[in-house]
Design a protein around this ligand. Structure first.
Ligand SMILES: Cc1cc2nc3c(=O)[nH]c(=O)nc-3n(C[C@H](O)[C@H](O)[C@H](O)COP(=O)(O)OP(=O)(O)OC[C@H]3O[C@@H](n4cnc5c(N)ncnc54)[C@H](O)[C@@H]3O)c2cc1C
Length: 486
C-alpha cells in the first residue's frame, strides 16, 4: 500500500465544521459537527508517524493514537475502532471533551509549524462510526463469575471500571443517587459540549451487557427506601469501588454572599439541564450575569448564560488569560459567543438589598510563579471598581464531600482535603476490599483521568478477587498494616 501518511506538508489542518457563534447561541446543540469518513481519513493522513509519539505519552490513557490515525487514513475503520477501544472505554466521549490542546494535540510534533493533527475529532468519529456500523459489540464474558462488585457512583470512573470488570465476568452493580448514568457528564458538562444521547447510548450498552444499575440510590449511613448504608453494601458485595466524585462547592465568604441571585455553578448548571431550567432564580434570561472563576466549569456557566438570553455575560478571573486553568479552546468559544473577560480581578463584596445588584471588585497583580508553576496573586490597593449584576455565579471549584462522616465510618482514611487515601500499590483504601478512583481520589480533575482510574482500579479489584484476598498482593513480607496510604 502506498504511504498515505505525512500529508501535513501539503494538507492544512481542518477542524470539524463549527457552527457560527450567532447560530449556536440560539440552542444547546453540540457546536462541532462530526467528521465525515472522508474528512476523518484525510485529516488522519496528516499524522507524521513520528518515532516518539508525544501524543501517546501525553494521553493519560496512552492511547495508540498514531496507529489508529494510520488505520483511519487507510480506510481500515473497524480496525481503527478496535485499537481505539483497546486502551479507552469511551473514546467518543474523550474525543469530544478532553482538553486536547493541553494533552495529545498540544504535544503533536507538527503543532509548532503546521498545526496539530485533529486527534480528538478523529477519535470521536471512529467510535460514532463504529456504533453506526454495528461494530460495537455487547460485552460477553468468556465465563460468568459468582463474585460481585458494588460501584458507588456512575460517573466516568465508575462506568469505566464497570466495563473492565464485566468483561472479566464479574457481576457488576452500580449505585448512583441520580436517576441516570454519567455523573458530571450528564449533570455538569452542558449539551453544547457533549450531547447527552452519547451517554444514554453507553448506559444502554452497559445495561444490555449485564451491568445492573441502581439509580436514585444514595449510599449513606442510614437505610431507607432510597438509600443503602455503606456497611450494607459491603456485606452485599465481594468488593466495593468508591467513585463518588467531588461535589462540595468551594466558597468565598464575602459581604453579601447570601443575597438572592448569588448562586453556585453546579446548582446553576444542573438547573439549566433539568426541569428547573426556567426557574427564575437560575435562568439568566434578561439578566446581567457575572461568573467568577476561570476553569471549565466557569466557561460552561458563561456559555449557558449566553444561550439562555442574558443581556450581558462577564467573567471575572483573578489571573490573566495565560494562567487560566480551563481549556483555551473553550475560552475562545466563549469569546466568540460574546463573553467579556475581565482579567486580574476578584470580587470584594456583593451589593444589593435582598437581591444582588452589583459586585464590587478589586484588581490583582501577578507575582512570581509558585511551586505549581502558577503566578501568585496580590490585591492592588485603591483599585475598586463596580460591575452591574443580577445573577452572580460562583465557579470556584469543588472539594470532596466528607465521606467518613456521611457514612459514619471512621475506618476510611482521608486526606485533610477530604480526598480518599489509597494504597498506591493496589489502589485499596484503608478498608480491605474497598477501592477508590476518580475525582474523589485526585480532587477535581478531568474525564480522561477518571476513565484511566476506573480502568486501572478495576484491574486491581479483579486481581484482588482472583487471589482471594490480601497477602499475595502486598510486597513480599508485608501485610496490610505495613502499608502507608497516600
Ligand atoms: C461543569 C463541569 C465541566 C467540566 N468539563 C470538563 C471537560 O470539558 N472535560 C473534562 O475532561 N472534564 C471536565 N470536567 C471534570 C469531569 O467532569 C470530572 O473530572 C469527572 O466527571 C470525574 O469523574 P468521576 O467518575 O470521578 O466523578 P463524577 O463524574 O462526579 O461522578 C460521581 C457520581 O457519583 C455519584 N455519587 C456521589 N455520591 C454518592 C452517594 N453517596 N451515593 C450514590 N451516588 C453518589 C454522583 O451522583 C455521580 O453520578 C468538568 C467538571 C464540571 C463540574
Amino acid at each position: 500500500m502506498p504511504n498515505l501518511m505525512l500529508k501535513f506538508v501539503n494538507l492544512d489542518q481542518q477542524q470539524p465544521h463549527k457552527r457560527s457563534a450567532e447560530e449556536r447561541k440560539q440552542d444547546f446543540k453540540e457546536i462541532y459537527q462530526c467528521f465525515s469518513a472522508e474528512q476523518a481519513e484525510v485529516q488522519a493522513s496528516r499524522c507524521s508517524q513520528c518515532g516518539v509519539p508525544f501524543c501517546t505519552t501525553k494521553c493519560p490513557l496512552s492511547n495508540y493514537i498514531p496507529d489508529w490515525l494510520k488505520l483511519t487514513a487507510e480506510n481500515r475503520l473497524q480496525e481503527a475502532y478496535e485499537l481505539s477501544i483497546a486502551t479507552s472505554s469511551f473514546p467518543e466521549i474523550c474525543g469530544r471533551i478532553c482538553p486536547q490542546d493541553r494533552l495529545c494535540e498540544g504535544s503533536c510534533v507538527i503543532e509548532e509549524d503546521f498545526k496539530s493533527v485533529t486527534i480528538g475529532a478523529v477519535e470521536a468519529f471512529i467510535t460514532d462510526h463504529a456504533f453506526e456500523q454495528n461494530w460495537v459489540q455487547l460485552i460477553k464474558p468468556l465465563r460468568e463469575l459468582s463474585k460481585s462488585v458494588g460501584i458507588i457512583g456512575a460517573g466516568p470512573c465508575g462506568l469505566a471500571a464497570a466495563v473492565v470488570l464485566r468483561k472479566k465476568g464479574y457481576q457488576v452493580h452500580v449505585y448512583d443517587r441520580y436517576d441516570r448514568a454519567g455523573g458530571l457528564l450528564i449533570y455538569g458538562i452542558p449539551t453544547f459540549k457533549l450531547n447527552k444521547n452519547i451517554i444514554v447510548r453507553r448506559q444502554e450498552w452497559l445495561e444490555k451487557s449485564g451491568v445492573i444499575f441502581h439509580f436514585n440510590t444514595d449510599i449513606s449511613a442510614q437505610t431507607d427506601h432510597h438509600s443503602f448504608s455503606f456497611d450494607d453494601l459491603r456485606k452485599k458485595h465481594d468488593a466495593i469501588l468508591i467513585s463518588t466524585g467531588v461535589y462540595k462547592k468551594k466558597e468565598v465568604s464575602l459581604f453579601g454572599s447570601n443575597l438572592n441571585g448569588v448562586v453556585q455553578a453546579l446548582d446553576y448548571l444542573i438547573a439549566s439541564q433539568t426541569e428547573n431550567a426556567n426557574s427564575k432564580q437560575f435562568n439568566a434570561k434578561g439578566k446581567k450575569v457575572v461568573v467568577i472563576g476561570g476553569g471549565d466549569t466557569a466557561m460552561d456557566c458563561l456559555r449557558t448564560a449566553i444561550r439562555q438570553g442574558a443581556i450581558s455575560v462577564q467573567c471575572l478571573y483573578r489571573r490573566d488569560k495565560a494562567n487560566m486553568p480551563g481549556s483555551m479552546r473553550e475560552v475562545k468559544n466563549a469569546e466568540e459567543e460574546g463573553v467579556e473577560f475581565i482579567w486580574q480581578a476578584v470580587p470584594d463584596a456583593f451589593i444589593g438589598e435582598e437581591k444582588v445588584e452589583s459586585i464590587r471588585a478589586v484588581r490583582t497583580e501577578l507575582g512570581l510563579a509558585e511551586t505549581g508553576g502558577r503566578q501568585t496573586i496580590k490585591i492592588l490597593s485603591n483599585s475598586h471598581f463596580t460591575l452591574q449584576a443580577d445573577l452572580v455565579i460562583k465557579a470556584l471549584g469543588f472539594d470532596p464531600e466528607p465521606l467518613p462522616n456521611m457514612w459514619n465510618n471512621d475506618e476510611l482514611q482521608i486526606h485533610e482535603s477530604g480526598r480518599i487515601k489509597l494504597n498506591s500499590y493496589n489502589y485499596m483504601t484503608s478498608i480491605p476490599g474497598v477501592f477508590a478512583g476518580g475525582d474523589i481520589v485526585r480532587g477535581a480533575s478531568l474525564v480522561v483521568w477518571a476513565i484511566k482510574d476506573g480502568q486501572d482500579v478495576a484491574e486491581k479489584i479483579a486481581h484482588w478477587l482472583e487471589n482471594n484476598l490480601k497477602k499475595s498482593l502486598y510486597p513480599q513480607g508485608k501485610s496490610l498494616n505495613d502499608i502507608s496510604f497516600e
